[in-house]
Design a protein. Structure first.
Length: 528
């Protein structure tokens, strides 16, 4: 009833244990558009009561005057559905979203609340965080059907399409695709019509927003196509990645940096919000927490400098594996401080949190517990968007049912434990590490600034300077060893749950200031 009132319905509650004659008598007097019934006893008894009620409704001429809906336990709801005369039957698995979707679809036209189709509009209309999940199966038909299933479930506000690697890298160059890799990592999108068909499938249920992984090259062509086919909710581009640095294309680093900045400017011109996938890429390769915080700032800074006004800041937890939850929160708070320090009248950010893929246990039961615990930790960051990662991802690509179960699990965890982690934010350990990381990040950023020639106005957006920061090792990661464009000599170690730089000779834990000072001495000596 409360949900119906929120949608503008006038409601009337008759109380529990209403007899069939009394209900029919009320319906003869009232002009109710929707009649909601519930029953929680045994299925057999429910079937008999519903048969009696249906007979009384028909004999009283009421069968065409009202829309009937039903609620009860799953076994009872199965009986109600079999009767065939309920417009909807809810067994509790649909969640609030399923009920709301029905109510919005059946409200009078002048009272109908449409689902906003922009990210800003959706956030403004939501009473809590939005929920996002990626989805893309090796079969196009299965993906289209799965998108429809997810939309009908109403559990997600955002479906993030996951094309396969062939599509990400070579959509506009089909002759270069490797047929043996079709469906690897996602859905094999080969024509723009495939995106149109996926979008059409999503136009039901709660009409979720759609977005998509960007191309690993041809970024602008991909962005334009996504805008025109799926009403792109927000774009996502990297700053330093999708090139020879990570092998996801063979573009030189300088070229990919320039093209990434051009893609940022394009999204800004189109008024499309943007996410820059950056900081966690360094952490996924074992880089220090200080570098990750600096990289998070550089991503947001570049977006702002290229005109982006609405920025989605992604905060991936549990990366690298072994990160302690308190140290994770300290790292994310430092990133938030740096990124949101850029806020002004022309630039705002939304927080998007998620668990790290590498942290998810293979055991399904443990993975569910991990997802619930991670969600509670994430809640301390007050996210605007929760990027749910299905518990099954360490084992197999998530199906619609996996995703629905995972999102419901997260929502249940947040409903009960959403404020448990708040106390951690003010702990001395978190505050101390947060301050350390802010100093570390500034030392990294200052070193990048010092690399730039004197005629460079803004080193943090200057492509040659950013390339030099990677080449000389100021921005580095242990797993970049042997890379043709990176130094790859960083030594890092997990210490007390945080990833810190280590002196490669003595094995002593050092600060970022010490680490970059040595690199700067070498870089300046070479330049002179």
């Amino acid at each position: 009833m409360e949900l119906a009132r929120e949608q503008g319905y006038c409601t009337c509650f008759l109380g529990p244990a209403v007899s069939v004659p009394r209900l029919v008598s009320v319906l003869q007097k009232e002009q109710s558009a929707i009649v909601g019934l519930s029953y929680r006893l045994t299925p057999d008894a429910c079937g008999r009561v519903l048969d009696e009620l249906r007979s009384a409704i028909i004999s009283s001429g009421l069968d065409n005057r009202h829309v009937f809906i039903f609620g009860g336990t799953p076994p009872v709801v199965r009986v109600a559905r079999e009767k065939g005369w309920f417009a909807a039957a809810f067994d509790g698995t649909e969640g609030v979203e399923g009920v709301m979707a029905f109510l919005k679809g059946h409200a009078p036209a002048e009272e109908r609340s449409e689902y906003p189709q922009t990210l800003a509009g959706r956030l403004a209309a939501s009473s809590g965080p939005l929920f996002r999940h990626h989805f893309g199966l090796p079969s196009l038909a299965d993906t289209i059907g799965g998108v429809a299933r997810l939309a009908e479930s109403g559990v997600l506000d955002v479906i993030s399409l996951a094309p396969d690697q062939n599509a990400q890298q070579s959509f506009f160059r089909p002759a270069e695709m490797d047929p043996a890799q079709d469906g690897a990592g996602g859905v094999p999108i080969r024509q723009r019509e495939h995106l149109v068909d996926i979008y059409k499938a999503s136009r039901c249920g709660n009409f979720p927003l759609l977005r998509c992984y960007s191309g690993t090259r041809d970024l602008l062509l991909m962005a334009e196509m996504l805008r025109d086919t799926i009403n792109l909710a927000w774009g996502a581009v990297p700053l330093f990645w999708y090139n020879v640095l990570d092998g996801r294309s063979q573009r030189p680093l300088a070229q990919s940096l320039s093209e990434a900045q051009a893609a940022m400017a394009w999204h800004a011109q189109q008024g499309i919000p943007l996410e820059v996938n950056e900081a966690h890429h360094w952490s996924l390769r074992g880089s220090t927490d200080g570098v990750a915080v600096a990289a998070a700032f550089l991503a947001a800074y570049n977006a702002k400098k290229h005109g982006v006004k609405q920025y989605v800041a992604q905060y991936m937890l549990h990366t690298p594996p072994g990160t302690d939850p308190t140290m994770d929160l300290a790292k994310m708070l430092a990133k938030i401080d740096m990124i949101e320090g850029l806020h002004d009248e022309g630039f705002t950010t939304w927080r998007q949190t998620r668990a790290g893929l590498a942290s998810i246990p293979l055991n399904m039961a443990k993975a569910k517990g991990h997802l619930a615990a991670s969600s509670v930790i994430q809640s301390a960051l007050k996210p605007h968007i929760v990027h749910v990662v299905a518990y099954c991802e360490a084992h197999h690509a998530a199906t619609p049912e996996d995703i629905i179960e995972s999102v419901q699990l997260v929502k249940g965890a947040l409903a009960l434990g959403g404020h448990i982690a708040d106390a951690l934010l003010s702990s001395e350990r978190v505050l101390h590490r947060r301050a350390e990381l802010l100093a570390d990040a500034r030392d990294v950023l200052n070193a990048i600034r010092e690399l730039a020639p004197r005629n460079v106005v803004d080193p943090w957006v200057d492509v040659p300077t950013l390339c030099s920061a990677v080449q000389c090792g100021i921005l580095d990661a242990p797993q970049l060893a042997g890379n043709p464009v990176a130094r790859g000599e960083m030594v890092a170690r997990m210490v007390d749950g945080s990833c810190r730089p280590v002196d490669p000779v003595s094995g002593r834990v050092i600060t970022e200031k010490e680490r970059v000072a040595r690199l700067m001495q070498e870089a300046l000596a070479v330049n002179h």
